[in-house]
Design a protein around this ligand. Structure first.
Ligand code: G4P
Length: 528
């Protein structure tokens, strides 16, 4: 039973640079799964453009997105869990953390814009973890880059090894359809009614003269040539290589027109991995182990200031999670029971009695959890791979209301546990520095401190280029002691007590690396 349920699950994330079509694709996948009846249902989740200056609006929209943080549906007997990732770059860290809970990803790329900045960052994180990736090149109904150029770009900029599993016939105005290499058939794109797929025609042999009649001689010739090149240049698809993160299949289509999406989904459920084992510091945990183990990868605060209620999202790594059963909160060494765990289905969340490895449950939390916390049936486990990345912005945080120092400390503590930003405490004088990915978070923090904790803060600029986590190959050697002496002003501890070098320029990082070769500097908090 357990094995069967787990084998059904496909838990993945869709990543892209904003505007490439992630939301549209998500929605079309849900339509195929029959999970929603009309287009537009997922849109409310999206942080709208233009809202960048209005953080309350963003928080409100993020509030809405609690319901759509996990979108689950059944398709062809598979339970699909899509983990939503915020597209807004100021919330990139949320996305990084969500990637710790997926078993595979689909990368969406805009055919005209090609590989964009945010895609590069996110794919890099996936590569670090060998997450299997499928690439979907979107907006084929528009003029864009040549398919082969684009495949080159994906390989070079993203460091991937691709193999197309479908290939476009024409593009933009001349877009005629897609040859599905995986299923060996052609889908024709109807220019008049772009909402529907006209028909699927199977072609075992593309030399078949019927092809010329259907798409025209020129297009047929081009397609044959292109496919010849594809077979010559790109490796054959190999599922093992894909699952190891060494080979990335590519599909072409148009999410808006629902074109190429079914092909993507059908192939996805064939090849994408069921829940994968996950490493803890102690050992590797396999999904089909009987005992439950899971970890918190996301915490979502409710915007209602009267209920300081939060929802902690747990990825179930092994076994089953059951309602009202006591589980060990490893960091607190305390047993906790949950009477109303939420499971997610399409855009709704509901209380469930049992969930399986691969699933996500949402637990109501009053401040017990922080990102990375582990729940088990009793075993001491600490999951690896929820690193912090160097923030982009740094500011001192000051208390603006001396009577509320405690509230401020508590508020900062909890907001950092939620992963809103990172806190660094300077070694020299104990001053607190907040590091964020986007400038927007400072407003969010200020607002939330005031409305949820009754505390006031001000900020002061602190010119830091990057935070580097410090690893000393020999903590006792003279070189490390000198590094600490010379850089004293720039050293801080993060919330876990790890030593961090707050460098003011890339030059000073380079200098430090040269001068103190035994001291390693990392842009990520996890390095062993
Ligand atoms: P995101 O979540 O990755 O940020 O992108 P989203 O799906 O919101 O898509 C961004 C824009 O691209 C939307 O247009 C969407 O309609 C459009 N789009 C998505 N897929 C396709 C496609 O296959 N072809 C074409 N031509 N456009 C596509 P918008 O004008 O910004 O939003 P809306 O007003 O249409 O909702």
């Amino acid at each position: 039973m357990l094995e069967k349920e787990i084998a059904k699950r496909r838990t993945f994330g869709i990543i892209s640079h904003p505007d490439a079509g992630k939301t549209t694709l998500t929605e079309k996948l849900l339509l195929f799964g029959g999970a929603i009846q009309e287009a537009g249902a997922v849109k409310s989740n999206k942080i709208k453009k233009g809202a960048t200056s209005d953080f309350m609006e963003i928080e409100r929209q993020r509030g809405i997105s609690v319901a759509t943080s996990v979108l689950a549906f059944i398709y062809k007997d598979k339970k699909i869990n899509i983990l939503d990732t915020p597209g807004h770059k100021d919330f990139a860290e949320d996305t990084f953390r969500t990637l710790t809970a997926v078993d595979s990803v689909i990368v969406v790329i805009d055919v005209a814009k090609g590989v964009e900045e945010q895609t590069e960052k996110l794919v890099q994180v996936c590569r670090m973890r060998n997450i299997p990736m499928i690439v979907f090149i979107n907006k084929l109904d528009r003029e864009g880059k040549d398919a082969f150029d684009l495949l080159d770009e994906v390989e070079q900029k993203l460091g991937l090894t691709v193999t197309p599993l479908s290939f476009p016939i024409g593009m933009g105005f001349d877009f005629k359809g897609i040859y599905n290499i995986w299923e060996k058939n052609i889908n024709l794109f109807s220019g008049d009614n772009k909402k529907n797929i006209e028909e699927t025609i199977a072609f075992d042999n593309i030399e078949d003269q019927k092809l010329d009649k259907i798409i025209g001689e020129n297009a047929a010739r081009d397609l044959r040539e292109n496919l010849e090149l594809v077979y010559e240049v790109y490796p054959d698809f190999n599922q093992g290589e894909y699952l190891n993160g060494n080979l990335q299949p590519v599909f072409f289509g148009s999410a808006l027109n629902n074109f190429g999406v079914r092909e993507l989904l059908d192939c996805f459920i064939d090849i994408a991995p069921a829940p994968r084992p996950k490493k803890a510091e102690e050992r590797e945990i396999k999904p089909n182990e009987k005992d439950f183990a899971g970890f918190v990868f996301k915490i979502h605060a409710n915007m209602d200031p009267k209920h300081r209620d939060r929802l902690a999202f747990i990825k179930i790594v092994s076994g089953t999670f059951e309602r009202n059963k006591p589980y060990l909160h490893v960091r607190h060494n305390k047993k906790l029971k949950f009477s109303s765990p939420n499971a997610f289905f399409a855009e709704k969340k509901e209380i469930v009695d049992i969930s399986y490895a691969g699933d996500i449950v949402g637990l109501h939390d009053t401040g017990n959890f922080k990102i990375g916390d582990t729940l088990t049936e009793g075993e001491i486990l600490n999951f690896k791979g929820i690193p912090s990345f160097s923030p982009e912005h740094f500011r001192y945080i000051n208390n603006a209301d001396p009577l509320k120092a405690k509230q401020l400390a508590k508020g900062i503590d909890q907001l950092m546990d939620e992963g809103v930003a990172q806190l660094f405490t300077l070694e020299l004088n104990g001053r607190k520095v907040i590091g964020t990915v986007g400038a927007l978070q400072y407003e969010v923090i200020q607002y939330r401190l005031e409305h949820e904790y009754g505390a006031k803060c001000t900020y002061e600029n602190f010119p830091v280029y990057k935070a580097c986590w410090v690893e000393a190959s020999d903590p006792k050697n003279e070189e490390f002691a000198e590094f600490k002496r010379v850089k004293q002003k720039y050293l801080a501890k993060d919330k876990q007590g790890q030593l961090v070098f707050l460098a003011d320029s890339s030059f000073s990082i380079e200098m430090a690396k040269q001068k103190y070769p035994s001291v390693r500097l990392h842009y990520v908090s996890e390095f062993n």
